[in-house]
Design a protein around this ligand. Structure first.
Ligand code: HEM
Length: 125
C-alpha cells in the first residue's frame, strides 16, 4: 500500500501543512520566542522531517543527520503549556488540510502521531 506521503501527493502537502503551522507559531506569545527571528529554515527542516517520516525522500537525513528529536529539543524548555500550544497549532494546520488532499482517515493518523510525538518531547515540568 502507498505511504501517506504518496496518498497526499507528496512534497507540496507538507510544505502547506508546515506553513499553516508556523502561521500559528508566529502569533503565539509562548512559542514565538523559542524560534529564530527568520522562520525559513525552521519551516524547511520540519517539512523535510515530516516528508521523510511519512514515506517520502530521506532528504532530512541527508542534510541534518539522524533526527534525534528529543536531543534536538533539549535546548528548549518544553512543559505541558508549550506542548499544548504546539499541538493546538498543528491540529489546526491538519484541519485546514482536510479536503485539500488529506482524507479524514489520514488526518486522524497525523493527529495521533503528533499527539504521541509532542508528549514524548516534554522535558520540563
Ligand atoms: C512539544 C512542543 C514542541 C516545541 C515547543 C518545539 C520547538 C522547537 C524549536 C524551538 C525548534 C528549533 C527551531 C529552529 O532552530 O529553527 C524545533 C525544531 C524542530 N522540531 Fe520541534 N517542537 C515541539 C514539538 C515537535 C514535534 C512533535 C516534532 C515532530 C513531530 C518536532 C519536530 C522538529 C524538527 C524536525 C525540528 C528541526 C530539527 C533540526 O534542526 O533539524 N517538534 N522545535
Amino acid at each position: 500500500m502507498d505511504a501517506l506521503f504518496d496518498r497526499v501527493n507528496g512534497e507540496q502537502f507538507f510544505v502547506d501543512l508546515v506553513d499553516h503551522f508556523y502561521l500559528g507559531v508566529a502569533g503565539d506569545p509562548l512559542l514565538r520566542p523559542l524560534y529564530p527571528d527568520d522562520l525559513t529554515e525552521s519551516k524547511r527542516h520540519l517539512a523535510l522531517f515530516l516528508m521523510q517520516y511519512w514515506g517520502g525522500p530521506a532528504t532530512y537525513n541527508d542534510q541534518r543527520g539522524h533526527p534525534r528529536l528529543r536531543m534536538r529539543h533539549v535546548p528548549f524548555v518544553i512543559g505541558p503549556a508549550e506542548r499544548d500550544a504546539w499541538l493546538r497549532h498543528m491540529r489546526s494546520a491538519v484541519e485546514q488540510m482536510v479536503g485539500r488532499g488529506l482524507s479524514p482517515a489520514d488526518a486522524e493518523e497525523l493527529r495521533a502521531y503528533f499527539d504521541m510525538a509532542a508528549h514524548s518531547l516534554v522535558n520540563a515540568p
